[in-house]
Design a protein around this ligand. Sequence first.
Ligand code: ADP
Ligand code: MG
Length: 238
Amino acid sequence: MIDIQHLYKSFGKTSVLNDITTSVHKGDVVAVIGPSGSGKSTLLRCLNGLETITDGHVTVDGTELTEKTLSEIRKKSGMVFQHFHLFPHMSVLDNITFAPRHTLGKTKEEAENTAYELLHTVGLSEKADTFPNQLSGGQKQRVAIARALAMNPEIMLFDEPTSALDPEMVKEVLDVMKQLASTGMTMVVVTHEMGFAREVADRILFLDEGYVVEEATPSDFFQNPRTDRAKSFLEKVL
Ligand code: ADP
Ligand code: MG
């Protein structure tokens, strides 16, 4: 579903991603972990064209990312951010139906039917007419997930979706993500939730200083990290 070949990304003279080669198969859940500043967000942003790539190739669902294919590639993935990025002046329902109506050309009725189904899936059926500022952080993030899913993406990209949440709200968001994983959605999840990575991910990518330092199954990575860098990272977070 995603193929990355020798991906490099620099900002000016600073190289942020170095020779990343990996792939994500359909239905896989890949957890991207690593210290702050290691390039995790930049990697995700390169996968949906939010960043231009400096060198290398990114192919999503058979289409190589180029200037020409940018809008096509963007439609293939939904992205969920740490800080939700909901439209504050729109109701929950309008947040979810806006892009399907205006970029997919769905009718109001079609878009709303889908939105109600998705709100049911994320456990927020009764919040359709609420505005974002009346929601808790966990509820906002579940709306953001529903909004991304409303575009019917092939892939879901999550950038630290629970990092801005109060501890008691982390679980409700992770539970929605787990449920999504169980439906066979292809997911790339940048996370500091090691329990989630261990339990839900098929594969761990451990980044440090823009390199993929380890790529392993969760059980190999957490039980037998091969590198000192991964060992010292795990000592700090576990
Ligand atoms: P992470 O998500 O792992 O914390 P990021 O991908 O956000 O790391 O950032 C990796 C490095 O790239 C950091 O050193 C950061 O300062 C730098 N960086 C990220 N975005 C930009 C940008 N738009 N311009 C310049 N440097 C950036
Ligand atoms: Mg980040």
